[in-house]
Design a protein. Structure first.
Length: 290
Protein backbone atom coordinates (compact mmCIF):
# COMPACT_ATOMS: atom_id res chain seq x y z
CA UNK A 1 0.00 0.00 0.00
CA UNK A 2 1.24 3.45 -0.96
CA UNK A 3 -0.41 6.68 0.17
CA UNK A 4 -0.08 10.38 -0.49
CA UNK A 5 -1.74 13.79 -0.46
CA UNK A 6 -2.66 15.66 -3.65
CA UNK A 7 -3.74 19.29 -3.80
CA UNK A 8 -6.05 20.51 -6.59
CA UNK A 9 -5.31 24.18 -7.27
CA UNK A 10 -6.17 26.74 -9.93
CA UNK A 11 -8.16 29.88 -10.63
CA UNK A 12 -11.87 30.04 -9.72
CA UNK A 13 -14.30 28.07 -11.89
CA UNK A 14 -11.77 25.87 -13.69
CA UNK A 15 -13.44 22.66 -12.47
CA UNK A 16 -11.56 21.70 -9.30
CA UNK A 17 -14.67 20.67 -7.35
CA UNK A 18 -16.10 18.87 -10.38
CA UNK A 19 -12.90 16.85 -10.65
CA UNK A 20 -12.96 15.89 -6.97
CA UNK A 21 -16.59 14.79 -7.22
CA UNK A 22 -15.87 12.75 -10.34
CA UNK A 23 -12.89 10.98 -8.76
CA UNK A 24 -14.87 10.18 -5.62
CA UNK A 25 -18.16 9.36 -7.42
CA UNK A 26 -19.83 11.40 -4.70
CA UNK A 27 -20.83 15.03 -4.21
CA UNK A 28 -18.29 16.25 -1.66
CA UNK A 29 -17.85 19.76 -3.04
CA UNK A 30 -20.58 22.11 -4.19
CA UNK A 31 -20.49 23.59 -7.68
CA UNK A 32 -21.54 27.01 -8.93
CA UNK A 33 -20.59 29.25 -11.84
CA UNK A 34 -19.85 32.01 -9.32
CA UNK A 35 -16.25 32.52 -8.15
CA UNK A 36 -15.19 31.65 -4.59
CA UNK A 37 -17.85 28.96 -4.23
CA UNK A 38 -15.38 26.67 -2.46
CA UNK A 39 -14.39 28.16 0.91
CA UNK A 40 -12.70 25.24 2.61
CA UNK A 41 -10.03 22.69 1.78
CA UNK A 42 -12.16 19.57 1.29
CA UNK A 43 -10.61 16.11 1.32
CA UNK A 44 -11.72 13.22 -0.85
CA UNK A 45 -10.09 9.89 0.03
CA UNK A 46 -9.57 7.59 -2.96
CA UNK A 47 -8.81 3.92 -2.30
CA UNK A 48 -7.96 0.95 -4.46
CA UNK A 49 -6.12 -2.29 -3.70
CA UNK A 50 -2.67 -0.72 -3.78
CA UNK A 51 -3.09 3.03 -3.22
CA UNK A 52 -4.75 5.57 -0.98
CA UNK A 53 -4.77 9.08 -2.42
CA UNK A 54 -6.11 11.99 -0.37
CA UNK A 55 -7.29 14.66 -2.82
CA UNK A 56 -7.73 18.17 -1.41
CA UNK A 57 -10.02 20.59 -3.22
CA UNK A 58 -8.97 24.19 -2.55
CA UNK A 59 -10.56 27.63 -3.06
CA UNK A 60 -9.80 29.26 -6.39
CA UNK A 61 -6.69 31.47 -6.33
CA UNK A 62 -7.56 35.03 -7.38
CA UNK A 63 -6.74 38.68 -6.77
CA UNK A 64 -8.49 39.32 -3.45
CA UNK A 65 -10.81 42.32 -3.08
CA UNK A 66 -11.64 41.79 0.59
CA UNK A 67 -10.61 39.78 3.66
CA UNK A 68 -12.59 36.69 2.65
CA UNK A 69 -10.69 36.52 -0.65
CA UNK A 70 -7.35 36.79 1.14
CA UNK A 71 -8.31 34.04 3.59
CA UNK A 72 -9.37 31.75 0.72
CA UNK A 73 -6.08 32.34 -1.10
CA UNK A 74 -4.13 31.61 2.07
CA UNK A 75 -5.96 28.29 2.44
CA UNK A 76 -5.02 27.27 -1.08
CA UNK A 77 -1.37 28.31 -0.59
CA UNK A 78 -1.00 26.49 2.73
CA UNK A 79 -2.32 23.30 1.19
CA UNK A 80 0.24 23.49 -1.63
CA UNK A 81 3.02 23.44 0.95
CA UNK A 82 1.78 20.34 2.76
CA UNK A 83 1.03 17.82 -0.01
CA UNK A 84 3.07 15.32 -2.03
CA UNK A 85 1.73 16.25 -5.47
CA UNK A 86 0.04 19.37 -6.88
CA UNK A 87 -2.55 19.26 -9.64
CA UNK A 88 -2.67 22.62 -11.40
CA UNK A 89 -6.03 22.78 -13.17
CA UNK A 90 -6.65 25.16 -16.06
CA UNK A 91 -9.63 25.76 -18.32
CA UNK A 92 -8.56 25.15 -21.93
CA UNK A 93 -11.26 27.56 -23.15
CA UNK A 94 -9.87 30.57 -21.28
CA UNK A 95 -6.38 30.78 -22.71
CA UNK A 96 -3.33 31.65 -20.63
CA UNK A 97 -4.17 34.66 -18.50
CA UNK A 98 -2.30 36.65 -15.85
CA UNK A 99 -3.97 34.58 -13.12
CA UNK A 100 -2.52 31.36 -14.52
CA UNK A 101 0.93 32.95 -14.90
CA UNK A 102 0.81 34.17 -11.31
CA UNK A 103 0.06 30.65 -10.02
CA UNK A 104 2.73 29.11 -12.28
CA UNK A 105 5.37 31.49 -10.88
CA UNK A 106 4.52 30.31 -7.39
CA UNK A 107 4.52 26.64 -8.43
CA UNK A 108 7.93 27.02 -10.08
CA UNK A 109 9.41 27.86 -6.67
CA UNK A 110 8.09 24.67 -5.05
CA UNK A 111 10.18 21.56 -4.78
CA UNK A 112 7.51 18.95 -5.45
CA UNK A 113 5.83 17.28 -8.44
CA UNK A 114 3.36 19.47 -10.33
CA UNK A 115 0.95 17.94 -12.85
CA UNK A 116 -0.67 20.37 -15.28
CA UNK A 117 -4.27 19.29 -15.85
CA UNK A 118 -5.92 20.72 -18.96
CA UNK A 119 -9.62 20.60 -18.14
CA UNK A 120 -12.77 20.91 -20.27
CA UNK A 121 -11.30 19.26 -23.37
CA UNK A 122 -14.85 18.15 -24.22
CA UNK A 123 -15.52 21.77 -25.24
CA UNK A 124 -12.79 22.06 -27.89
CA UNK A 125 -11.70 20.24 -31.03
CA UNK A 126 -9.21 17.44 -30.36
CA UNK A 127 -6.60 18.91 -32.70
CA UNK A 128 -6.40 21.97 -30.43
CA UNK A 129 -5.12 19.96 -27.45
CA UNK A 130 -1.53 19.66 -28.72
CA UNK A 131 -1.39 23.40 -29.44
CA UNK A 132 -2.55 24.15 -25.90
CA UNK A 133 0.05 21.76 -24.46
CA UNK A 134 2.76 23.55 -26.47
CA UNK A 135 1.56 26.92 -25.16
CA UNK A 136 1.81 25.82 -21.52
CA UNK A 137 4.73 23.39 -21.40
CA UNK A 138 7.53 25.97 -21.36
CA UNK A 139 5.87 28.25 -18.79
CA UNK A 140 6.33 25.96 -15.82
CA UNK A 141 8.31 23.06 -14.42
CA UNK A 142 5.55 20.53 -15.01
CA UNK A 143 6.34 16.87 -14.36
CA UNK A 144 3.34 15.76 -16.41
CA UNK A 145 0.62 17.30 -18.58
CA UNK A 146 -2.74 15.49 -18.68
CA UNK A 147 -5.78 16.68 -20.68
CA UNK A 148 -9.13 15.72 -19.13
CA UNK A 149 -12.83 16.49 -18.94
CA UNK A 150 -13.78 16.51 -15.26
CA UNK A 151 -17.45 16.89 -16.19
CA UNK A 152 -17.54 13.95 -18.62
CA UNK A 153 -14.93 11.86 -16.78
CA UNK A 154 -12.73 11.68 -19.88
CA UNK A 155 -9.10 10.71 -19.05
CA UNK A 156 -9.70 10.99 -15.29
CA UNK A 157 -8.55 7.36 -14.92
CA UNK A 158 -5.37 8.29 -16.82
CA UNK A 159 -4.80 11.19 -14.45
CA UNK A 160 -5.11 8.90 -11.43
CA UNK A 161 -2.61 6.47 -12.97
CA UNK A 162 -0.14 9.32 -13.50
CA UNK A 163 -0.55 10.53 -9.91
CA UNK A 164 0.24 7.04 -8.58
CA UNK A 165 3.79 7.33 -9.92
CA UNK A 166 4.47 10.05 -7.34
CA UNK A 167 2.75 8.45 -4.33
CA UNK A 168 5.36 6.72 -2.14
CA UNK A 169 4.29 7.01 1.52
CA UNK A 170 3.93 3.49 3.04
CA UNK A 171 1.50 4.69 5.73
CA UNK A 172 -2.25 4.24 5.29
CA UNK A 173 -3.96 7.27 6.82
CA UNK A 174 -7.66 6.34 6.59
CA UNK A 175 -9.82 3.23 6.62
CA UNK A 176 -11.18 2.04 3.29
CA UNK A 177 -14.76 3.06 4.08
CA UNK A 178 -13.75 6.67 4.79
CA UNK A 179 -14.24 8.87 1.71
CA UNK A 180 -13.87 12.35 3.22
CA UNK A 181 -12.88 14.34 6.29
CA UNK A 182 -16.02 16.50 6.23
CA UNK A 183 -19.06 15.87 8.42
CA UNK A 184 -22.59 15.27 7.17
CA UNK A 185 -23.57 18.56 8.84
CA UNK A 186 -20.99 20.40 6.74
CA UNK A 187 -22.23 18.77 3.53
CA UNK A 188 -25.85 19.57 4.33
CA UNK A 189 -25.06 23.24 4.96
CA UNK A 190 -23.01 23.38 1.75
CA UNK A 191 -25.84 21.85 -0.32
CA UNK A 192 -28.13 24.63 0.88
CA UNK A 193 -25.49 27.29 0.13
CA UNK A 194 -25.02 25.87 -3.36
CA UNK A 195 -28.72 26.27 -4.12
CA UNK A 196 -28.64 29.86 -2.85
CA UNK A 197 -25.73 30.66 -5.19
CA UNK A 198 -27.34 28.94 -8.16
CA UNK A 199 -30.89 30.23 -7.68
CA UNK A 200 -30.14 33.89 -6.89
CA UNK A 201 -28.49 36.62 -8.90
CA UNK A 202 -25.08 38.22 -8.36
CA UNK A 203 -26.38 40.51 -5.63
CA UNK A 204 -26.12 37.65 -3.14
CA UNK A 205 -22.65 38.08 -1.55
CA UNK A 206 -20.33 35.24 -0.66
CA UNK A 207 -20.54 36.20 2.99
CA UNK A 208 -23.87 34.36 3.05
CA UNK A 209 -23.34 31.34 5.29
CA UNK A 210 -25.39 28.26 6.16
CA UNK A 211 -25.23 26.33 9.43
CA UNK A 212 -27.03 23.16 10.54
CA UNK A 213 -28.86 24.01 13.74
CA UNK A 214 -30.57 20.70 14.50
CA UNK A 215 -30.88 17.13 13.21
CA UNK A 216 -33.53 14.78 14.59
CA UNK A 217 -34.00 11.29 13.17
CA UNK A 218 -36.74 8.69 13.55
CA UNK A 219 -37.62 5.54 11.62
CA UNK A 220 -39.53 7.37 8.91
CA UNK A 221 -37.48 10.50 8.22
CA UNK A 222 -34.78 12.95 9.29
CA UNK A 223 -35.79 16.46 10.37
CA UNK A 224 -33.10 19.07 9.68
CA UNK A 225 -33.04 22.78 10.55
CA UNK A 226 -30.58 24.97 8.61
CA UNK A 227 -29.88 28.61 9.48
CA UNK A 228 -28.94 30.96 6.62
CA UNK A 229 -26.93 33.96 7.84
CA UNK A 230 -26.83 37.18 5.78
CA UNK A 231 -25.45 40.69 6.35
CA UNK A 232 -28.35 42.83 5.16
CA UNK A 233 -32.13 42.79 5.35
CA UNK A 234 -32.26 43.28 1.58
CA UNK A 235 -30.39 40.03 1.03
CA UNK A 236 -32.73 38.27 3.46
CA UNK A 237 -35.73 39.43 1.42
CA UNK A 238 -34.16 38.18 -1.82
CA UNK A 239 -33.48 34.72 -0.37
CA UNK A 240 -36.99 34.45 1.05
CA UNK A 241 -38.56 35.77 -2.16
CA UNK A 242 -42.10 36.88 -2.87
CA UNK A 243 -44.50 34.94 -0.63
CA UNK A 244 -41.59 32.69 0.36
CA UNK A 245 -41.26 31.24 -3.15
CA UNK A 246 -37.44 31.51 -3.39
CA UNK A 247 -36.61 29.91 -0.06
CA UNK A 248 -39.10 27.15 -0.84
CA UNK A 249 -37.31 26.45 -4.14
CA UNK A 250 -33.91 26.50 -2.39
CA UNK A 251 -35.17 24.01 0.19
CA UNK A 252 -36.79 21.72 -2.35
CA UNK A 253 -33.63 21.42 -4.47
CA UNK A 254 -31.32 21.11 -1.46
CA UNK A 255 -33.50 18.36 0.02
CA UNK A 256 -32.96 16.20 -3.10
CA UNK A 257 -29.18 16.25 -2.58
CA UNK A 258 -29.49 15.74 1.17
CA UNK A 259 -31.73 12.68 0.71
CA UNK A 260 -29.16 11.18 -1.67
CA UNK A 261 -26.47 11.79 0.95
CA UNK A 262 -28.40 10.37 3.90
CA UNK A 263 -30.35 7.70 1.99
CA UNK A 264 -33.52 8.59 3.84
CA UNK A 265 -36.54 10.88 3.51
CA UNK A 266 -35.75 14.39 4.79
CA UNK A 267 -37.94 17.17 6.19
CA UNK A 268 -35.89 20.36 5.74
CA UNK A 269 -36.60 23.67 7.46
CA UNK A 270 -34.70 26.79 6.40
CA UNK A 271 -34.42 29.97 8.48
CA UNK A 272 -32.82 33.28 7.49
CA UNK A 273 -31.14 35.52 10.06
CA UNK A 274 -29.58 38.92 9.42
CA UNK A 275 -26.51 40.02 11.37
CA UNK A 276 -26.49 43.79 10.57
CA UNK A 277 -23.15 45.24 9.51
CA UNK A 278 -21.21 42.38 11.17
CA UNK A 279 -20.57 44.59 14.22
CA UNK A 280 -17.85 42.28 15.51
CA UNK A 281 -16.64 41.02 12.15
CA UNK A 282 -13.49 39.26 13.38
CA UNK A 283 -15.50 37.36 16.01
CA UNK A 284 -18.20 36.30 13.55
CA UNK A 285 -15.74 35.27 10.85
CA UNK A 286 -13.94 33.11 13.41
CA UNK A 287 -17.18 31.41 14.44
CA UNK A 288 -18.04 30.68 10.82
CA UNK A 289 -14.64 29.14 10.10
CA UNK A 290 -12.82 31.99 8.36
Amino acid sequence: MKSGFVSIVGRPNVGKSTLLNNIMKSKLAIISNKPQTTRNNIQGIYNDNEHQIVFIDTPGIHKPKHRLGKVLNDRAYSCMNEVDVILFLVDVCDGIGPGDKFIIERLNKMNKPVILVLNKIDTIKKEMILKIIDAYKDLGNFNEIVPISALKGENVDVLISVIKKYIVDPIKYYENDCISDVTKEFLISEYVREKILNLTDDEIPHSTTCMVENIKENKQLIEIDVLIIVEREGIKKIIIGKNGDKIKEIGTKARIDIEKLLQKKVFLKLYVKCIPKWRDKEKHLSKLGF
